[in-house]
Every structure is written in structure tokens, then in C-alpha cells.
Design a protein around this ligand. Sequence first.
Ligand code: ATP
Ligand code: MG
Length: 294
Amino acid sequence: MSGVPKASVTHAGPAIMQPPEGRAAPVGDGVGPLLAVRGATLQYKSKNLVVTAAYRVDFQVFPADRFILLGPSGCGKSTLLKAVGGFLKPAHGSIELNGKPIGGPGPDRMMVFQEFDQLLPWKTVLGNIIFPMTCSGRFTKAEAKERALVFLEKVHLGKFAHAYPHTLSGGMKQRVAIARAMAMGPAILLMDEPFAALDALTRLRMQEELLQLWDELRFTVVFVTHSIAEAIILGSRILVLSPHPGQVRAELNAHEFSHENQESPEFHRLHRRIHAMLFSGPPDAAQAGADDET
Ligand SMILES: Nc1ncnc2c1ncn2[C@@H]1O[C@H](COP(=O)(O)OP(=O)(O)OP(=O)(O)O)[C@@H](O)[C@H]1O
Ligand SMILES: [Mg+2]
């Protein structure tokens, strides 16, 4: 297994990543950000309690970024991803995709979760991948099948097209979920700790495969993790968040790191720096965003 140099190829991804013309998900104008999160405060409101999950968060994601949201449990990583997915509106601030406020979920943002049960158990692997493509009306049945087979090959599961999810290992299920999301040709792939429930060896392999796919297709991904090493290996940029409520501690570059140089002094230095950020005391402003009794 070899790590993939993270900036070794300059070509754009092949056309198969995008839906056919006229139905293409916009992927940015090449100048402005694809995704802009500005001063976003995200809250869950119930009758007597407001939980502030993320507080005044700012970040921008550009085409072909591998953008990592890194922070401790409960700091609002999944909530931020949900908001980008369109399942939650910011209480303050804004979240824009291609300059337009995100109004709700859409096929231009596909999600991959940690859980192994995200596939439809009554559909085959192929059926699972085809389903959102035809359901959303983005592709004809024939186009969807062709794309599904292409992406199944890309995740090395060509032989399992007709298998049912319960016959697959955890890693294989995650590969299917990744193929299903990528086959839609989304503007952004949203991944919420997709490898966290895998054993260490499978996790390593999946990280390498994701980097290989990215090297080939140059998709844009926002990837949530609480593993510092995973963030440095997979990310081109890392947004470090404080504990609950999540606030931006720092945004760091990690372009030059991969599995191959994870024993280098530079890798260890960045790891230690992030570790110190995550485990130092809460910033004063965190108090301002703490949960409010109403
Ligand atoms: N549906 C909900 N209703 C109320 N509060 C919620 C809800 N979902 C999450 N929260 C709260 O929002 C905060 C952030 O949760 P979130 O799931 O975004 O954290 P996270 O960083 O993804 O954590 P983990 O690493 O454990 O997955 C937590 O305090 C959590 O209790
Ligand atoms: Mg989470």
C-alpha cells in the first residue's frame, strides 16, 4: 500500500464526476469559494433550552479542497455538516454554496456517515447506488446504471454489484456509501467520520483509497474527524474547533502530508501543535456561546 502524493496531479477530474450538461451541479467559478460559512451560529432549540452547538464559525471551501473539521466530541462537527447539508439553518450568520444561501438538502451535497447501516438493506449494492440517481431525476436509468458500475469499480467492488448489504463487511459497506455519494456528481461530498467504526488496518486502507480517488477525480470534500492523524493525512486544510460550543481555533495547511511522511519531524510538529490547541483551556469567547436557558 502506498500513500498518494497529495498534490501530484494537476488535471481536472474526468467528466464522469459531473452530471450531464444542463443538470450539472455547479462547482464554483474557480475564483470565489464553493462553500462560504460566515459567522455561523448553530443552535438546537426546544421549549425551554437552547443548545448552541457551534458559535460564530467562519470558513471557506474551494473546489478540490479536502477540508477537515477537527475537534473533540460534542464540538459541533456533525452539526456544521448537517447545516451545510441543508438540514439546519444558522441562527446567526450565513452558509452559502456558490454564492447562494443553502435553503435545504439537495443532490449537490451528498453525505457519507459513520454508521454501517446507511445502505438500504432490501436493495443490492448496485440498486443502492442507482437509487438516488434516478430518484432525484438527475440521471436516466441507463445513465445511472453506467455510472454506478463505474464507481463500483473505483471502490474495488465490481464483483459485488448484486450482493445485498448484509453480506458485506463494514469497510465494503462504507465503500458502497462512498460510491453512491460520488456517483451523484455532487458539488461537495460531506463525510462524517466515515472510517471511525472500522478496524485500524481497514481504516488505513480506506484513507489511502480516498486519497487515490481524490487524486484521480479531484472532488471537493468536507470531512469530519476527531483523529488528529487522520486530519493531517487526509486534509489539504484543517479547521480546528474548540470544545462545545465549537469555535474556530485555527485553520491550518496540511497539503504536504500523507501516510508516507507521517513519521517525519514536520508531521509530528503539526500533530503536537494541533494537540496543544485541542487540549488547552477554552477560549474566553466560548462562554459567550454557552447554552442559554430560556
Ligand atoms: N438533535 C439535537 N438536539 C439537541 N442538541 C443536539 C442535537 N444534536 C446535537 N446536539 C448537541 O449539539 C452539540 C454538538 O453536537 P454534534 O453532534 O454536532 O457534535 P460532534 O462534534 O459531531 O460530536 P461527536 O464527535 O461526538 O460526533 C452537542 O452538545 C450535542 O449534545
Ligand atoms: Mg459527530
